[in-house]
Design a protein around this ligand. Structure first.
Ligand code: HEC
Ligand code: HEC
Ligand code: HEC
Length: 90
């Protein structure tokens, strides 16, 4: 019985890991950044841009990486927010 429960849980964990939430709120001291994962995924069609090589999984950004990645692309494409308060909302 225990084994069956454990197996069911593993399946549940694996299934949930395959999908990122559509919209995630990244909490920072500067205010919350609302990141529409689904929209970016649909627009960009390339997971590697943000996730690098391999299977996309949980991604921890941190300030410098986030600013280089997020602001960098928005600046380059002239689309998406580049001002502090356009991303960070209190
Ligand atoms: C513009 C950048 C970007 C692109 C493109 C992108 N992701 Fe993500 N993804 C993120 C960020 C940021 C997170 C972390 C969100 C968080 O902290 O909850 C994330 C998280 C995830 C997670 C983990 C969800 C969790 O809660 O553990 C999965 C799985 C994932 N992405 C899959 C994908 C797949 C598949 C693609 C391509 C079709 C993709 N991502 C494209 C930025 C991106
Ligand atoms: C494109 C969106 C975007 C813009 C524009 C932006 N940021 Fe950020 N910022 C982020 C993200 C995303 C994070 C990291 C979130 C994480 O690590 O999960 C972050 C992290 C930070 C942090 C770290 C906070 C903490 O709790 O560790 C500071 C400070 C910060 N930003 C300040 C700024 C300032 C100042 C500006 C304007 C010059 C700015 N940001 C512009 C998206 C943005
Ligand atoms: C490779 C390019 C690229 C990267 C990387 C990228 N973005 Fe964007 N982002 C866009 C584009 C293009 C738009 C405009 C899409 C639209 O308006 O339909 C956009 C729009 C946005 C918007 C405006 C609201 C919305 O959802 O449309 C926010 C907020 C945003 N991005 C946050 C982020 C954050 C936070 C990151 C980093 C985790 C990030 N973006 C990384 C290309 C990118």
């Amino acid at each position: 019985m225990k084994k069956i429960v454990a197996a069911a849980m593993l399946v549940a964990i694996a299934a949930s890991a395959a999908f990122a939430a559509d919209v995630v709120t990244l909490k920072t001291k500067m205010g919350d950044v609302t990141f529409n994962h689904k929209k970016h995924q649909d627009n960009l069609k390339d997971c590697k841009i943000c996730h690098g090589e391999g299977t996309p999984a949980k991604l921890t950004l941190g300030k410098d990486k986030a600013h280089t990645l997020c602001k960098g692309c928005h600046t380059e494409k002239k689309q998406g927010p580049t001002g502090c308060k356009d991303c960070h909302k209190k």
